[in-house]
Design a protein around this ligand. Structure first.
Ligand SMILES: Cc1cc2nc3c(=O)[nH]c(=O)nc-3n(C[C@H](O)[C@H](O)[C@H](O)COP(=O)(O)OP(=O)(O)OC[C@H]3O[C@@H](n4cnc5c(N)ncnc54)[C@H](O)[C@@H]3O)c2cc1C
Length: 282
């Protein structure tokens, strides 16, 4: 018989105090924690609910950044005008995330902390240079999202730490696309996000590409980015990025798709993500 305690924290300090030095685990939306309990991944611990902490639930802007509290839900991302305008890739990721019931509960902090290679918010946040802000009772630190994931299900987070918020750069030209067995309610086979800037001559002057479900963690695609830089984003360029993209990925066979299939479709997904960022359609 598993024994679970449950405590509702109403402030960040209370949550951190409850987490400190005890066999405790954070629960936000609980959409992953419940399956963890059922499967035996979590046993005999105290669950600290952080969903009622107001300081973890906000979306705000300053001149060049958007800040999102860790407990902002996927539905809130979908409805936010700031996200739609300044972080379009994240808006698009939220729009193809699960079903409305899950979206109303699942949080962005929980999506990142779960560290699934297929986490839908991750590629979108990666192309917006997201920084994850983390607190424990006695310290605070910030980690670029590109350094946050360590392995499937593993991040830099310690057991006594909480993600408090995520900061992202504003960029109007970004896009996200997901390939799954269905449009939503399915774990991604491949996801791609891009953020692209062209100079006056229509040449790519800055380019960020991120991919999900094709490596042990969500990744930035460095070879693809280098290949695209200083080129025109025309059909010839976009069709030639296959070689570079294949250097970025290390897909595996799983129940959703084979590694070979993922290698075939990833360059197509990158191409579509770039078109979405530049022309809002693909
Ligand atoms: C039916 C179904 C469909 C799904 N569809 C999708 C999908 O389309 N795309 C997708 O990406 N995911 C999907 N998921 C997975 C899941 O819903 C998401 O990963 C979700 O964002 C997790 O957030 P949560 O708030 O529910 O996390 P929780 O379940 O509360 O927590 C998950 C993990 O994160 C930790 N955690 C949570 N918040 C914090 C924090 N602030 N600081 C530190 N640690 C924290 C918890 O301790 C736990 O280890 C689906 C799940 C289900 C059950």
């Amino acid at each position: 018989m598993k024994e679970f305690g449950y405590k509702n924290a109403t402030t960040i300090t209370e949550a951190l105090t409850l987490l400190d030095g005890q066999n405790a685990r954070v629960v936000a939306g609980g959409t992953n924690v419940l399956p963890y309990i059922r499967s035996g991944k979590y046993t005999d611990c105290r669950l600290i609910n952080i969903r009622d902490i107001k300081d973890l639930n906000f979306i705000k802007e300053d001149s060049d950044r958007i800040t999102i509290g860790a407990c902002v839900t996927i539905s809130q991302l979908k409805k936010s005008k700031l996200i739609l305008e300044f972080v379009p890739a994240l808006h698009q990721a939220a729009c193809v995330f699960a079903d409305p019931t899950i979206c109303n509960t699942a949080t962005v902090g929980g999506n990142l902390a779960s560290a699934s290679p297929a986490a839908d918010t991750a590629p979108a946040l990666l192309v917006h240079d997201a920084i994850v802000f983390i607190k424990s009772l006695n310290s605070s630190r910030s980690v670029p999202l590109s350094e946050f994931f360590k392995a499937p299900g593993t991040t830099v987070l310690q057991r006594n730490e909480l993600i408090t918020h995520i900061e992202i750069s504003k960029q109007k030209n970004s896009g996200f696309i997901k390939l799954g067995m269905r449009k939503s309610m399915s774990i991604s086979i491949v996801t791609a996000a891009s953020s692209v800037t062209l100079n006056d001559a229509g040449i790519i002057s800055s380019c960020k590409i991120a991919l999900g479900a094709v490596a042990p963690t969500p990744i930035r695609a460095a070879h693809t980015e280098r290949f695209l830089l200083s080129k025109k984003p025309d059909d010839d360029t976009l069709s030639a990025l296959i070689k570079a993209t294949n250097l970025d990925i290390s897909p595996i066979d799983d129940i959703r798709a084979s590694a070979d299939y993922r290698r075939e479709v990833t360059p197509v997904m990158v191409k579509r993500a770039i078109k979405l960022a530049l022309y809002e359609h693909c």
